[in-house]
Ligand binder design. Structure first.
Ligand code: FEO
Ligand code: CA
Ligand code: CA
Ligand code: CA
Length: 553
């Protein structure tokens, strides 16, 4: 059979001067590559700062590929020493957050999440059903997060291992609980818990601290015999201040937290949007009772201890408060209507206080009528119009194989609003060129950057063949290319690109390369060797700094 090929020439110029050319031969073959669509919107393009690249083709190479003119430096890889004390960089890096030192975009601290361990590359296999004490310590140590100091010198980014700030937060670090569930029966009376792990994504607060999110915590809880109610929270850390108590904010609920996106309501309360990365899970927002005051600095962290958690009902366009009052009201309503099931009754028996609601967030949200959605992962607030973008990664249970990006429009553009409307901003699939959108970030022009998370076992096969390896895509949110995806990066074999984060001048993009060679079964025959360090014998998850952006402030 003649391989029909659609010759592509895709160029994205964010200045609006020139745009995209697609020389199309018509039909895309079933075995062909995914292509960007030519969909346009009516709104005019925003003024760009010179994002300018020729979109790359999907690739299955064991390389981190970027458009011509862009390059990357490996800043830190698994096992690298990060400070004088000899602490080492954890495994499977995810979220990155850059904190400028003296307002610099060339020198700062980088927070990096570490999501999970690996039997093949980190601990070695279990002995029968159990890990040894040493293996468990290692599993806990390689998760959590790293604070590293990074600097650009002579055009190259590197880690400063003589840093006075560099340290690790791990599955062994003592962490305080704050908010309504702290010290209650719902968490077995704990005010302090052991460590953080399963740190997926997160976000930056308005007061310059990091929020790191605990996602799939169950496996490590089981391996290390830890209380599950102590995990699945949002954790706050001040990278500059080791005296700032590391804390888990129970007011933000306990679920499979993907990330946080923080903004302000029109009356200056702190609003935090959050995704729950599970099939048929809900989208949440927390609104603080107190108001944000910039002058209070990190004392604003108190705002995350007291407020209301809401879950989205998409059919009605309402944010449902997860409170005892609304719970009791719903119970009474269901009782009157004779609708309570055995399952409902089991939940009712568990819920006696707000602390219980927060520990069992998902079950309560569903009971109250929140909408189960298709794996809501990253949530971000558009910098220009305060609309909310949610990556709904996929949900094979009901045929959403490639996922979509949902956009929430809060009533009167107020993040504090109790009602909203929504639309689908972009859909994964061959027509758009991407599948399984995961982490999101905006640049200052309002272009949406998304990474993809096709699971390692499915890459380059079946319905995912066309997309080849995971990647980074840029999707303008307005103008004639609004909603069109341009591929900016292609990941090494079996890796996922995660945690994209720009420096303030947008001349550097930090990015995590997570789990290269994940399907490796024999350590001596790794399926990837990225980052291809001389003399190395295994692939290593690593954080890179991408440069080559022409514009910038
Ligand atoms: Fe850890 Fe939701 O990906
Ligand atoms: Ca993720
Ligand atoms: Ca993000
Ligand atoms: Ca993911």
């Amino acid at each position: 059979m003649t391989k029909l090929s659609r010759r592509k020439f895709l160029t994205y110029v964010g200045t609006g001067v020139a745009a995209i050319t697609v020389a199309s031969s018509g039909i895309t073959p079933l075995t062909g590559q995914a292509v960007a669509s030519t969909k346009t919107t009516k709104k005019s393009n925003t003024k760009g700062k010179g994002l300018d690249f020729k979109a790359i083709e999907p690739s299955d190479k064991d390389e981190l590929l970027l458009p011509k003119g862009y390059q990357y430096d490996v800043v830190a890889a698994y096992g690298d020493t990060i400070n004088k004390q000899g602490d080492t960089f954890g495994f499977n890096n995810d979220l990155t957050v850059y904190f400028p030192i003296k307002d610099s975009s060339d020198h700062g601290l980088l927070w990096v999440n570490h999501e999970y361990s690996s039997d093949v590359f980190v601990t070695g296999p279990k002995n029968g059903d159990t890990y040894s004490k040493e293996q468990i310590e290692k599993i806990l140590y390689v998760q959590g997060g790293s604070i590293i100091e990074v600097k650009k010198e002579k055009g190259k980014w590197k880690m400063m291992t003589d840093s006075k700030y560099a340290r690790r937060i791990t599955g062994l670090t003592p962490i305080s609980l704050t908010g309504p569930a702290a010290g209650t029966h719902a968490v077995s009376g704990a005010k302090k818990v052991q460590g953080t792990f399963a740190n997926c994504s997160g976000g930056k607060t308005l007061w310059n601290t990091v929020l790191t999110c605990e996602e799939n915590f169950e496996r490590t809880c089981e391996d290390a015999s830890l209380n599950e109610t102590h995990y699945g929270w949002v954790v706050e850390i001040d990278p500059f201040d080791s005296n700032f108590t590391v804390r888990k904010h129970t007011a933000l609920g306990r679920f499979h937290h993907e990330n946080t996106a923080m903004g302000l309501s029109k009356d200056n309360r702190v609003v935090v949007y959050m995704g729950d990365d599970v099939k048929d899970a809900c989208v949440y927002k927390f609104i603080s009772n107190g108001k944000y005051n910039e002058k209070d600095g990190t004392k604003n962290a108190k705002l995350l201890e007291d407020g209301t958690l809401y879950a989205a009902n998409f059919a009605k366009g309402t944010w449902l408060p997860l409170t005892m009052e609304s719970f009791e009201e719903k119970v009474n309503e269901m009782k009157e209507e004779g609708k309570l099931t055995e399952e409902d009754q089991a939940l009712i028996n568990k819920i006696t206080s707000l602390a219980d609601i927060l520990v069992h967030t998902h079950e309560v949200a569903i009971f109250l009528g929140a909408t189960p959605t298709d794996r809501p992962e990253d949530v971000e607030i558009h910098p220009k119009d305060q609309t909310i973008y949610i990556a709904h990664t996929n949900n094979s249970d009901h045929g959403n194989i490639h996922g979509h990006i949902t956009k929430i429009i809060e009533k009167e553009d107020d993040l504090g609003s109790p009602t909203f409307d929504f639309e689908i901003f972009a859909a994964g699939g061959r027509q758009s060129g991407f599948s399984a959108p995961d982490n999101l970030t905006f640049d200052d022009d309002g272009n949406l950057w998304t990474v993809t998370d096709i699971s390692s076992s499915k890459l380059n096969k079946d319905a995912f063949q066309a997309f080849k390896n995971n990647g980074v895509f840029v999707i303008p949110t307005s103008g004639k290319d609004g909603g069109v995806a341009f591929q900016f990066a292609s990941a090494p074999v079996e890796a996922e690109l995660t945690g994209p984060f720009f420096t303030p001048n947008e001349k550097t993009l930090f990015l995590s390369v997570q789990h290269p060679g994940e399907e490796t079964e024999d350590k001596n025959k790794p399926t990837s060797m990225w980052p291809h360090r001389k003399g190395d014998t295994i692939p290593r998850p690593a954080v890179v700094a991408i440069t080559g952006f022409k514009g910038g402030k």
